[in-house]
Design a protein around this ligand. Structure first.
Ligand code: NAD
Length: 259
C-alpha cells in the first residue's frame, strides 16, 4: 500500500493524469492534483479522491514556469504537512504542423511544458526525497519518445528528451531509495488525442473512421491503451518491487514501437 505517501501528478485534471491520480489514491496515497480546468470540475475530482479515504488538494501552477513549479511543490508540502515523495510528470500538450510552418513560439512552449517542466519539478522534489531516502519519479514520455511521426517536431523532440533526463536522474540517485523511470504510452483516448482526431475528421472522413485509421497507422493492437493500465504501472513502479527499476522506460503502446 502507498498509505502515508504524497503523490503529485502534474496535469491531473484530465485524461491520463487524472487516471494515474485515481490509481494512486486507490493504492492509498495522498494526492496533490495539478492542471487547468473549471473550478467545479476540480472540486468534483477532489471529492471523488477524498471518497477513497485519502487526502486530496489542488495545487495550481503552470508546469512551464520554473519558479511557479518550485513554489507549488513547497506549497504542497505546507498544505499536506509532508513532502512530495511520488512525482508523476504527466502534463503535456500537442501541436501538429509540418516543420517549415511550425511556429517558433509553439515549439518553445511544447519543449517547456512537455520536457523542461520535468526538470523543474524533479529539481524541486529531490532534496526532500534525498533527506528521507525514498522517492519515486515517473515521467510520462510517449511512443514518440522512441520513434517519430511527421508533423510533430516539438513533441517528438521533447519526449525523446524526457527519456534522456530519466536516465540522468536514475544514475544520480542510483545508490539511494529514489528511483526515476518513464512510461511510453501509445494512443490513449483522451482530450489530447480526440483533438487530433477531430482535426483529421475536419479535413477527411468522419470522427469514427479517422479514429480507426489513426490506430491502424501506428498501433498493431488496433485498440487504445487503457488509462487504468497506465495507472497500474505507476502504482507498480511505486511499490517496493520497483526499488531497483532505475532509468527504464516502459512501452505501453499496443505494439507500436515493436514494428
Ligand atoms: P490531456 O489533454 O487530457 O491532459 C493534459 C493535462 O495537462 C490537463 O490536466 C491539462 O490541464 C494539463 N496541462 C496542460 N498544460 C499545462 C501546464 N502548462 N501546466 C500544468 N498543467 C498543464 O492529455 P493526456 O492525453 O492525458 O496527456 C497526458 C500526458 O500523456 C502528456 O504528457 C502526453 O504527451 C502523454 N501522452 C499521451 C498519449 C495519448 O495518446 N493521449 C500518448 C502518449 C503520451
Amino acid at each position: 500500500s502507498l498509505k502515508g505517501h504524497l503523490a503529485l501528478v502534474t496535469g491531473s485534471t484530465s485524461g491520463i493524469g487524472l487516471g494515474i491520480a485515481t490509481s494512486l489514491a486507490d493504492a492509498g496515497a495522498n494526492l496533490a492534483i495539478n492542471g487547468f480546468g473549471p473550478d467545479e470540475e476540480i472540486q468534483k475530482i477532489l471529492g471523488s479522491l477524498r471518497a477513497k479515504n485519502v487526502k486530496a488538494e489542488f495545487v495550481s501552477f503552470d508546469v512551464s514556469d520554473a519558479e511557479k513549479v518550485e513554489e507549488g511543490i513547497k506549497k504542497a508540502k505546507e498544505i499536506f504537512g509532508q513532502p512530495v515523495d511520488i512525482l508523476v510528470n504527466n502534463a503535456g500538450i500537442q501541436f501538429t504542423s509540418p516543420t517549415e510552418d511550425f511556429p517558433v513560439e509553439k515549439f518553445d512552449q511544447i519543449i517547456k511544458i512537455n520536457m523542461s517542466s520535468n526538470f523543474y519539478a524533479i529539481k524541486a522534489v529531490l532534496p526532500d526525497m534525498k533527506a528521507q531516502n525514498w522517492g519515486r519519479i515517473i515521467n510520462i514520455s510517449s511512443a514518440h519518445g522512441k520513434v517519430a511521426s511527421a508533423n510533430k517536431i516539438a513533441y517528438v523532440a521533447a519526449k525523446h528528451g524526457v527519456l534522456g533526463m530519466t536516465k540522468v536522474v536514475a544514475l544520480e540517485t542510483a545508490k539511494t531509495g529514489i528511483t526515476c523511470n518513464a512510461i511510453c504510452p501509445g494512443w490513449v483516448l483522451t482530450p489530447l488525442v480526440e483533438t487530433q482526431i477531430r482535426k483529421r475528421a475536419a479535413e477527411n472522413e468522419t470522427f469514427e473512421v479517422e479514429k480507426k485509421k489513426l490506430l491502424e497507422e501506428k498501433q498493431p493492437s488496433g485498440d487504445f491503451v487503457k488509462i487504468e493500465d497506465l495507472g497500474a504501472m505507476v502504482v507498480f513502479l511505486c511499490s517496493e518491487a520497483g526499488a531497483n527499476i532505475r532509468g527504464s522506460d516502459f512501452s505501453m503502446d499496443g505494439g507500436w514501437t515493436a514494428q
